[in-house]
Design a protein around this ligand. Sequence first.
Ligand SMILES: Nc1nc2c(c(=O)[nH]1)N[C@H]1C(S)=C(S)[C@@H](COP(=O)(O)O)O[C@H]1N2
Ligand SMILES: [Mo]
Length: 195
Amino acid sequence: MKDVTDLHEEFDGDRLPPGQRETSSFPVLSKGETPSVPTDPALEVWGAVDEERSMRLGELRRLGAERQRQDFHCVTGWSRLGCVFEGLPFPTLADHVGARSEATHVLFHAHDGYTTDLPLSTCLREEVLLTWALDGEPIPADHGGPLRAVTPHKYAYKGSKWLSGVEFLTEREPGYWERRGYSGTANPWNEERYG
Ligand SMILES: Nc1nc2c(c(=O)[nH]1)N[C@H]1C(S)=C(S)[C@@H](COP(=O)(O)O)O[C@H]1N2
Ligand SMILES: [Mo]
């Protein structure tokens, strides 16, 4: 299993970012109710790519499932260390659909209407996973199952739960919390909480 709990070193910080406290529970943080999502939803991938695709979980698994040990930092101040997620690394997805050279940003879309944006370069990292399993079990519905994204190098609002789509963009389009004052860059070791 790949262990990326040392990625804080790249950001010149401690494992627990400043202003965070460790929790052993896994709180649920959603903007609203847990939406009802099909058990095997199609993930739509579109925008600045060579081949737009609609992919189900089985296809994502076959493309390249990987297990990683990762930390999870919520912008409201709690961190859950050492989560084990299984999923598809974002770079493999980007390769598969052929992200075009003019693609600069990504907007993640979700079944509850949530969106979140990131520069493409910060998504093209092995630890950005589209994940279907947490600690050896399918991701619970409250935590974004059956499919969510995780971004251990960013505050967790960059990881969309109940993922429905990945849109490749040629310019930035701010997501749900980013439009409401949260940071676009969201680096926990720099306490980039507000935009
Ligand atoms: N679709 C969707 N994704 C979301 C959210 C949301 O409300 N809807 N909340 C975000 C926030 S603010 C955080 S901290 C994490 C929380 O994930 P958890 O509920 O599994 O702890 O999900 C992020 N992804
Ligand atoms: Mo959050």
